[in-house]
Design a binder for this molecule. Structure first.
Ligand code: C5P
Length: 229
């Protein structure tokens, strides 16, 4: 049996995480947050004082790291209980991983081909029945090229910065909107222009601009792309 995969790629703050989790919840499918793997690898490397530009050392660290996801329990209403906790080498690193510092480190090591190669098998191992919703930058282009449907989410940079700002504020992280906008633009620029697996929509991806759209509306649009079941 071919295990179905729905990919959701896009820049930071496009709503990928929230939309992907909700779609997976609706379908009863597994969920892969591939960005968390790059973030966790960056953190694990920092813990070992590895120079983040040392490609072989970071790739080796990625292969050795134990990265596990602990799904949040469903709330009583059956709604999404929030992001899964991320356990890196046995330590709950969820809060550290969400910071823009971790995002920047992730983006730096994600440009290294050996690091990306080290994480391929782990990402593919999430493809299990009854299906997978995969969230990232290259899910539809590189990791799951046979996925269907493929979604590419976008939103204006201002809106993406505002969403991240709210997300981080809610978590008690101290940030400024302008600082965040600058960091997001720099990260997108690097992600879109790197030589390996750059951030681009797959040729067969459906592009959804989520600027001004609510979560429910986007989830509907994505679910509507699936064949009637
Ligand atoms: O999605 P998230 O913001 O957590 O991703 C953090 C960084 O990890 C991105 O800026 C990107 O550089 C990298 N990434 C990637 N490929 C993926 C997912 C994330 O290169 N599939």
């Amino acid at each position: 049996t071919v295990v179905p995969v729905l990919t959701i790629d896009g820049p930071s703050g496009s709503g990928k995480g929230t939309i992907s989790r909700n779609v997976a919840l609706h379908l009863g499918w597994h969920y892969l947050d591939s960005g968390a793997l790059y973030r966790a690898t960056g953190l694990a490397a920092a813990w070992e004082s590895i120079d983040l530009s040392d490609e072989d050392a970071v790739a080796d660290c990625a292969r050795r790291a134990s990265i596990r996801f602990q799904p949040m329990p469903l709330t009583e209403s059956g709604a999404d209980g929030g992001e899964p906790r991320v356990i890196v080498n046995g330590v709950d690193a969820t809060d550290d991983l969400r910071t823009e510092t971790a995002g920047g480190a992730a983006s730096a090591i994600a440009a290294l081909p050996a690091v990306r190669a080290a994480l391929v098998d782990l990402q593919k191992s999430f493809r299990r029945l009854p299906g997978l919703v995969a969230d990232g930058r290259d899910m539809g282009t590189v990791i799951f090229p046979d996925a269907s449907p493929k979604v590419f989410l976008t939103a204006s940079a201002d809106e993406r910065a505002r969403r991240r700002y709210k997300q981080l504020k809610d978590k008690g992280v101290s940030v400024t909107l302008n600082g965040l906008l600058g960091e997001i633009l720099a990260r997108d620029e690097r992600d879109a222009n790197r030589a390996v697996a750059p951030l681009v929509p797959a040729a067969d991806a459906v592009v959804i601009d989520t600027t001004g759209l609510g979560i429910e509306a986007v989830v509907r649009r994505v679910l509507d792309l699936l064949p009637a079941r």
